[in-house]
Design a protein around this ligand. Structure first.
Ligand code: UDX
Length: 456
């Protein structure tokens, strides 16, 4: 790969091969490239990013023996463990070579930016005396809530009484105990606790980059900054900064969504997606299909082929509902989500509330139906529904009646219109943050300056 003479220093990115983590890392890479850094992506054999989407980057495959491995919610533990034990040696070998090559060519390595789960990077960086920076793909509040779970565990307060789950968590407004990252009414498995402890530990990193913004999390960011003595750079929405956003999708995006949306009236369509990992069982699927069909609202529904047990999902729908759904909407395996949300025909988003989906929805002013599944999703949903009042949550067991009602509340009722107006105000604030003088704009400039000064 030819490096342009305008690039001065090299930044090495090490992403976790999960969609919700890979996307922000590559987006950050594009932004830093546009700021004059040469970008190297050192990645797993598992789900490697497509180099054709980023001809400006150098890609290096770490031989970790993980090709063919399943990256699903059931084996996250093994994925992180395997990467941490298999990647250290190949990463160190590669970095030694890269530092020599890049120095000779005039692009010295400034730092490594890595996903917080990948502790092996810290070990390599420390050994080779390269500064490292952590990228957190979630809300800043999620880091604090993980700290809090570690604290509860240390104080022997887990299992926590079910009767107190609705109570507010002290110092974590607006979160309740039930919004914490893992159900705390039972013992938490040791490996999850290790995960939490490791993800709040920034090790020897010299800074933290967060996929969030001051206008969403001003006070939380101040607290985070006090806790971690290193600089925190909140920069979001990443996909709206820097170079034109290219796809980071592992799955092929079904572009027929856009042509279909062109034929729909403004704000009429409900977009439904549960991100890249969450799954539903057959009963939830059937109830959702009936609730959606009975609501009468047009929709695009993303049903990944691994959303349940691997069978064709639509095959589970009863014949009656299949016909109704076909008339009114589109079921796809993977959508060009950012384009879909940006389309004027989309008036609502039924989401698992992964942070990327949440921030993508906010920046297009699309109010949400929140159906969180795990990790940060409950706390994101709490912010959306309670703090920002731009979403409504479907809690408890999914049944067709409450689904139909919630969809109509969001898409048709005055309540939904008010949420859309509030979302539109949030969208304006995010956009203002991207302009000169805005918080994300300035934070990005500070980060660029900070990285430039790391180069010896
Ligand atoms: C995971 C966790 O679930 C999430 O809670 C955490 O915040 C990040 O890591 P994921 O489940 O994939 O992420 O959800 P999310 O963060 O929303 O990321 C999904 C990404 O896939 C989004 O950028 C979205 O635009 C994209 N996507 C999703 C598509 O491009 N097409 C689709 O059809 C669905």
């Amino acid at each position: 790969m030819e490096q342009s003479r305008t690039q001065k220093h090299t930044v090495v990115l090490v992403p976790l091969p999960l969609q919700g983590h890979m996307t922000p890392m590559l987006q950050l890479g594009s932004i830093l490239y546009s700021k004059g850094f040469s970008i190297v992506v050192a990645h797993s054999e598992l789900r490697p990013p497509n180099p054709l989407n980023h001809p400006e980057f150098i890609f290096h495959l770490l031989s970790d023996g993980l090709s063919g491995y399943q990256a699903s919610i059931d084996n996250l533990k093994h994925l992180a463990l395997a990467m941490n034990s298999n990647c250290r040696a190949p990463m160190e070998d590669y970095m030694v070579q890269l530092m020599e090559d890049q120095k000779l060519q005039g692009y010295p390595v400034s730092c490594i930016i890595y996903d917080s789960y990948l502790c092996f990077v810290d070990s390599v960086a420390t050994h080779l005396k390269i500064p490292s920076i952590i990228l957190r793909p979630n809300m800043a509040a999620y880091m604090l809530s993980r700290h809090y779970v570690c604290q509860l565990q240390a104080e022997n307060r887990i299992p926590f009484p079910e009767s107190r789950l609705q109570e507010p968590v002290p110092e974590l407004h607006p979160l309740r105990f039930k919004d914490l990252p893992y159900p705390i009414t039972n013992e938490i498995p040791e490996w999850i606790m290790d995960f939490f402890a490791s993800s709040v530990n920034i090790r020897s990193s010299v800074a933290i980059i967060l996929n969030t913004t001051d206008c969403l999390e001003h006070s939380t960011l101040s607290r985070l900054q006090q806790r971690y003595k290193v600089p925190c750079f909140p920069i979001a929405p990443l996909h709206k900064l820097g170079a034109a956003a290219t796809s980071a999708s592992f799955l092929e995006e079904d572009q027929s969504c856009i042509a279909w949306l062109e034929k729909q009236p403004p704000n009429s369509v409900l977009y439904m997606s549960l991100g890249s990992l969450a799954r539903v069982n057959e009963q939830e699927l059937t109830e959702t299909a009936w609730g959606l069909a009975n609501s009468g609202i047009p929709f695009i529904w993303v049903l990944r082929s691994d959303s349940n047990d691997g069978s064709q999902l639509e095959d589970h729908f009863p014949e009656g509902v299949k016909a109704l759904l076909r008339e009114r909407g589109l079921i796809v395996k993977w959508a060009p989500q950012k384009k879909v949300l940006a389309h004027s025909a989309v008036g609502g988003f039924w989401s698992h509330c992964g942070w990327n989906s949440t921030i993508e929805s906010i920046c297009e002013g699309v109010p949400m139906i929140c159906r969180p599944h795990f990790a940060d999703q409950s706390s994101n949903a709490r912010y959306l529904t309670y703090e920002w009042k731009v979403g409504l949550e479907i809690e408890n067991v999914l049944d067709r009646g409450s689904i139909e009602k919630s969809i109509r509340r969001l898409m048709v009722d005055a309540e939904g219109k008010e949420m859309r107006q509030r979302m539109s105000v949030m969208k304006d604030k995010l956009e203002a943050g991207l302009q000169k003088g805005g918080s994300s704009y300035e934070s990005l400039n500070d980060l660029t300056e900070f990285i430039s000064q790391l180069t010896s």
